[in-house]
Ligand binder design. Structure first.
Ligand SMILES: Nc1nc2c(ncn2[C@@H]2O[C@H](COP(=O)(O)OP(=O)(O)OP(=O)(O)O)[C@@H](O)[C@H]2O)c(=O)[nH]1
Ligand SMILES: [Mg+2]
Length: 334
């Protein structure tokens, strides 16, 4: 799977891998079936809500959204929040294409947000209000309050969005737990107030992945965004996919960040240098014919973990993991 160890200067980009070897990986194993339970509970709470706010990661605006959401929750008005915009490469042209593609899928209400810095958070409530007012509120016609369900795949910032809305509109602290790993919210929560005028409540829900992922590459993109537990994919595989992506996109920030000699497409070589740089090495006893010898070995898993963490915190620069999908023509607006 790995290229021969060779150091490549990033000048032309020639020499980077054209594709990522699937190596017989089994995507199905990464996506546990128990998430269907969460979805069922969400379906049964549907009668309590007027609108669905779907949160997704802005680095993969077109990949990995759960199609079951549309099928099972699609009866209610729906808006899409593309969160973590601080980590996404959102040049004007890029944003135009994203909007075109999403409109092609029939999604007209899209907002890009950063829930850590409360960017664009104030746009959300007026959109929800507009959507609810222009739709028929079955069973809830008399109600003066608004209630929306926040849904999405794991770790995209659903709970962070609820907390950000409370901060912005009520000046109140956290009401729902947030964390850097997928699977922090475990159950459909009780209603959380996020606004006084209009009176609005949100339901937080656990992240639910699609039961069947289209391709290994889509699975790897999802994993890179932290929506799947790293150990299910393998930290070194994921680090290799990250390296492949950064090189193909000519994002060579990792070279400077880790003080490497040059950009390189061989993950073993990069992780070795990262491990040495970070002092993440371990002594291993090797038995030889003449006795035991202590050898210093790079801790590849620790280096892979650091590489992934650095990328996810934005230190290697913003990315658009759906660059390939955006290059395709959008679907016609249904
Ligand atoms: N950089 C960045 N990080 C964010 C943003 N929003 C949320 N996060 C981080 O993303 C991680 C996941 O946030 P949560 O709000 O717990 O995500 P969730 O979708 O509720 O996750 P589950 O409950 O596990 O499904 C946390 O570490 C947040 O701090 C954002 O806009 N930018
Ligand atoms: Mg949550």
């Amino acid at each position: 799977m790995r290229l021969a160890s060779r150091v490549l200067c990033g000048a032309a980009g020639a020499g980077w891998r054209e594709s990522f070897s699937r190596g017989g990986r089994d995507v199905a194993r990464w996506f546990p079936g128990h998430m269907a339970k969460g979805l069922k509970k969400m379906q049964s709470s549907l009668k309590l809500v007027d609108c669905i706010i779907e949160v997704h990661d802005a680095r993969i605006p077109l990949s990995g959204r759960n199609p079951l959401f549309q099928e099972t929750l699609g009866l209610k008005p729906h808006m899409l929040v593309l969160n973590k915009m601080d980590l996404a490469d959102l040049k004007e042209q890029q944003v135009k294409k994203i909007i075109q593609h999403l409109e092609g899928e029939g999604l007209k209400n899209v907002v890009f947000t950063n829930c850590v810095r409360d960017e664009n958070i104030k746009q959300i409530i007026p959109i929800v209000r507009g959507l609810v007012e222009s739709s028929y509120r079955y069973h809830r016609g008399e109600s003066l309050e608004y209630c929306a369900m926040v849904i999405g795949i794991p770790n995209v910032g659903k709970s962070s969005l609820i907390n950000a809305l409370r901060r912005q509109h009520l000046r109140k602290g956290k009401a729902t737990r947030v964390g850097g790993e997928p699977g922090i919210t475990r159950a459909v929560m009780s209603r959380i107030q996020v606004c006084e005028r209009p009176l609005m409540f949100l339901l937080d829900t656990p992240g639910v992945l699609a039961p069947r992922i289209e391709s290994v590459e889509m699975g790897l993109k999802l994993a890179l965004c932290g929506t799947v537990l790293d150990h299910l994919v393998g930290e070194e595989t994921l680090a290799d996919y990250l390296l492949y992506t950064l090189n193909r996109h000519q994002l060579f920030g990792y070279v400077q960040h880790y003080g490497l000699a040059a950009a390189c497409d061989d993950v073993a070589s990069v992780l070795k240098q990262v491990a040495v740089r970070l002092g993440k090495t371990q002594k291993v006893k090797v038995l030889t014919g003449t006795g035991d010898v202590n050898v210093i070995q790079p801790n590849y898993p620790a280096a892979a973990r650091d590489f992934l963490r650095t990328f996810r915190s934005g230190l290697l620069g913003p990315v658009m993991l759906d660059r390939d999908v955006l290059q395709r023509p959008p679907l016609a607006d249904p």
